[in-house]
Ligand binder design. Structure first.
Ligand code: GLY
Length: 359
């Protein structure tokens, strides 16, 4: 039997994956249960579902992995698969994998025959604490990330940290960045607790508890503002600079995983929080050094600022041509929709570059 983590969002921590999935799908006729996964998750994670009564490879679709395949072409494959296999309004789609199958599968389910139910079984740390929670579904379009999509909550999200047994260390560290973000935007106590944890030598029992707390924090922001009108923007902390780092790193042939880019983004946004809101400089320095220690740094030069800044001005969270930041007054005290001048924004890159002088 699984413990319920959130009643409103039907998030469960699994204790016995087979039994728990069977419980979640028991009201659905067996031939109406479909499963979507990507190639890597099929290899590493699907075998854990092999004993589940009601799940059959006959109703399984394996899609190509990665953000580059989170597109309209893959989406059409899912619609086509559901159609061909006789899915109807009573059907259920189970999305198994990281953020990509959860986002794309959630959107496919939300739009097929005007919407069928879906369950997320996230298998990466990033997907468990972030991507699979909160009802953001969608695909990339015209070169822009998550450009097409809908808000629609999964009927259930089932969390099982034993999937991490086959997750790469780099992906574990990447997911940990979102946990750090959750702690910093929520409370000093959460931050103090998380900071003691060593993601480079993880105690899996402790991690399981921290994952649960992190999900509860995310859920707090989602439940209070499901369609991101105001409070949910707190979850964008570190992401305005983070997305610029991520795109720039990709363009310059030195790609970094999302969470690493968010960690670099948090360093800049902590500094900006100091400039705009008086966030204590001692904490900026302390947390930045911690982030540097955990994630290393992506080296930048002054000549990179212009392009990094341009990428930030293209962030889809901006409104009316203003860059909108989520910043902190102090740990656990967020302010959303804060603007900064170009000089202030650049000085945060300067602070970051200073930090990586000895990298
Ligand atoms: N990943 C941020 C959010 O779900 O709002």
């Amino acid at each position: 039997m699984f413990p319920l983590l959130s009643k409103d969002a039907n998030i469960y921590i699994s204790e016995d994956l087979t039994e728990d999935i069977e419980k979640l799908i028991k009201t659905i006729p067996e031939d109406k249960v479909f499963i979507l996964t990507d190639e890597g998750s099929y290899r590493h994670c699907f075998p854990k579902l092999s004993e589940v009564k009601g799940i059959s490879e006959d109703r399984l679709l394996i899609i190509p992995p990665g953000d580059e395949n989170k597109n309209a072409e893959t989406l059409q494959k899912v619609w086509h698969f559901l159609s061909e296999k006789g899915a109807d309004r009573k059907s259920l789609l189970i999305n198994l994998g990281g953020g990509m199958p959860c986002d794309l599968g959630g959107f496919a389910a939300s739009t097929f025959k005007r919407g069928i139910q879906f369950i997320n079984i996230p298998t990466t740390l990033l997907a468990q604490v972030d991507a699979s929670i909160g009802g953001k579904t969608g695909i990339n379009f015209d070169g822009l990330k998550n450009q097409i999509g809908v808000f629609n909550q999964a009927s259930a999200v089932l969390i099982d940290t034993s999937f991490f047994d086959t997750l790469s260390h780099e992906n574990m560290v990447s997911g940990f960045a979102e946990m750090i973000k959750h702690a910093l935007i929520y409370s000093k106590e959460s931050w103090k607790k998380l900071r003691k944890f060593d993601i480079h030598d993880p105690d899996m029992d402790v991690l399981r508890e921290l994952v649960a707390s992190s999900i509860m924090i995310k859920n707090h922001f989602v439940q209070n503002d499901p369609t991101e009108q105001f409070l949910r923007k707190a979850l964008n902390f570190g992401h305005t600079y983070g997305h610029a780092f991520e795109s720039y790193a990709l363009k310059s042939g030195r790609p970094v995983l999302h969470g690493y880019a968010v960690a670099y983004g948090m360093i800049c946004e902590l500094y900006l929080s100091h400039l705009r809101l008086g966030f204590p400089m001692t904490d900026v320095i302390d947390i930045s050094n911690y982030l540097k220690e955990v994630f290393g740094l992506f080296k930048i030069e002054t000549s990179d600022y212009k392009e990094l800044f341009r990428l930030m001005t293209h962030d889809k969270k901006n409104e009316a041509n203003r860059i909108n930041f989520t910043l902190l007054d102090e740990i656990g005290q967020i302010q959303v929709n804060i603007n900064a001048s170009e000089d202030e924004a650049i000085s945060a890159f300067e602070f970051y570059r200073d930090l990586c002088k000895d990298c």
